[in-house]
Design a protein around this ligand. Structure first.
Ligand SMILES: NC(=O)c1ccc[n+]([C@@H]2O[C@H](COP(=O)([O-])OP(=O)(O)OC[C@H]3O[C@@H](n4cnc5c(N)ncnc54)[C@H](O)[C@@H]3O)[C@@H](O)[C@H]2O)c1
Length: 456
């Protein structure tokens, strides 16, 4: 029986391994983590992450061939294949601080694997890593006098939070990078065979290790670039009475451009886009490619600009003062269908509004607990409220920051009646029916569209 160990039971390790366990009952999959609370949560009825459909997949395989454990060493020793799916955040200290990837967790894993292993193993990079990380890892793994052979593969994960299960069940592609050596190719074949259990072979791409590592950073950079591109146009729309939804629709019909990821908003968030682009910037700089670095950095700067522009607009429309005004924040997760708040635009928007001394009340269907962790300095000042109707009661404004579909279905007449007047809605995701809101009586600000105001 093939035994897989996955180090890191997070947003990637948990769902990907649950899917492999579901699809391959003959493989034993053990997911380990040093975070005891997280492992306990995977074994409970309240999984540590919210992801539609995940609970069912975990339930099907848990205890059969899917295990969660804190016994990292034992799982390493027993495994034939080790996926490493630990976090690789932006470095906050030393050389490359604020830009480079912090590889300390990855390297610790490599050292642990080297120390524990007594049999040959395939090590799979599941985390997103700088191009050529496998080279450094191979050096760590093969240093010292352990005769064990480690074959390092790159197998980046392309799932998106909120649709992780659907993405894993039917991905656009799976990417596996391996060395062009007999042992490298044998390892690639072994991993291909696992994914081929449920995916057609033509969806499984094999490349060299470096192309695979770089493709993940490049994919995230291109996706984020589309968001920043349409957001740059949204600013111009507001200045010219063009409508960004109409522009996006018109350009998206061009098959060379395509219609996805062209939705103007307060900007992208999540744990990956910003860190991965900054990582790409840092790598370009390391190779002396300053112009390429500047080009990609601009995608992040535009995202910062879009958030700042939103807050400025709120301030300006609300008569240049929000001090003491109650503002309901509709949605704190970085996108809909997840409780993840890492790098959510809501964090910076709330901080900026709090700095203007607004009285904030945050509501979100899944992310309230995480929201509290994101704003420790404001606990006590910010109110958290599960019920959006209560959050809006007595508020001067609603700022919609996450595109939760349920926010479309709320009774805005009831909400309007309970708010202070004039009642503002700032729709940071262009989710709502703006004309209808305006007709109810709201002052409506959206992204890249005309301002609908009764006060003009
Ligand atoms: N979140 C996403 O949507 C997504 C998508 C694709 C790729 N990725 C990449 O996948 C990687 C993991 O991301 P994530 O969102 O799952 O992170 P996460 O923070 O949710 O999970 C990482 C886990 O690794 C554990 N860990 C860290 N060091 C460890 C060690 N030495 N031993 C055992 N466990 C250890 C942590 O306790 C944590 O639970 C990152 O490189 C990320 O860029 C993330």
């Amino acid at each position: 029986m093939t035994k897989i160990c996955c180090i890191g039971a997070g947003y990637v390790g948990g769902p990907t391994m649950a899917m492999i366990a579901k699809k391959c009952p003959e493989i034993q999959v053990t997911v380990v983590d040093i975070n005891e609370q997280r492992i306990a949560a995977w074994l409970s009825d309240h999984l540590p992450i919210y992801e539609p459909g995940l609970a069912e997949v975990v339930k099907e395989a848990l205890g059969r061939n899917l295990f969660f454990s804190t016994e990292v060493d034992r799982a390493i020793e027993e495994a034939d294949i080790i996926f490493v799916s630990v976090n690789t955040p932006t470095k906050t200290f030393g050389e490359g601080a604020g830009c480079a990837a912090d590889l300390q967790y990855w390297e610790l894993c490599a050292r642990r694997i080297r120390a524990i292993s007594t049999t040959n193993k395939i090590i799979v990079e599941k985390s997103t890593l700088p191009v050529r990380t496998a080279e450094a890892m191979e050096r760590v793994l093969h240093s010292g006098d352990n005769p064990v052979h480690f074959e390092v593969l790159s197998n980046p994960e392309f799932l998106a939070e909120g649709t992780a299960i659907a993405d894993l069940e039917d991905p656009d592609r799976v990417l596996i990078g391996g060395h062009d050596t007999p042992s490298g190719q044998a390892a690639v074949r072994k991993l291909v065979d696992i994914y081929a259990t449920w995916l057609p072979r033509e969806k499984i791409l094999t490349t060299n290790v470096w192309s695979s590592e770089l493709s993940k950073l490049t994919a995230n950079a291109f996706l984020a670039q589309r968001v920043s591109s349409i957001n740059a146009i949204s600013a111009l729309c507001e200045a010219t009475e063009a409508d960004v939804t109409e522009v996006a629709n018109a350009i998206g019909k061009d098959r060379r451009i395509g219609s996805k990821f062209l939705r103007a908003s307060i900007g992208f968030g999540g744990s990956c886009f910003k860190k991965d682009i900054l990582n790409l910037v840092y790598i370009c700089e390391t190779y002396g490619l300053q112009e390429a670095a500047d080009y990609w950095r601009q995608v992040v700067l535009l995202n910062d600009y879009q958030e700042a522009r939103f807050v400025k607009k709120m301030l300006k429309e609300m008569f240049n003062t929000i001090s003491g005004k109650r503002i309901a924040i509709f949605g704190f997760a970085f996108k809909a269908n997840t409780g993840d708040t890492r790098e959510s635009p809501a964090i910076r928007v709330c901080r900026a509004l709090a700095a203007e001394r607004a009285k904030l009340v945050v509501t979100d269907p899944q992310a309230i607990d995480n929201a509290k962790l994101e704003l420790p300095e404001l606990l006590g000042e910010i109110e958290f409220e599960e019920d959006p109707y209560k959050a809006a009661e007595g508020a001067h404004a609603i700022a919609l920051l996450t595109e939760w579909p349920e926010y479309k279905e709320l009774d805005y007449e009831k909400i309007y009646a309970s708010m202070d007047k004039p009642a503002f809605i700032f729709d940071g995701r262009n989710l709502l029916d703006h004309k209808k809101l305006f007709d109810i009586g709201f002052e409506v600000y959206s992204i890249g569209k005309e301002l609908r105001s009764h006060l003009k």
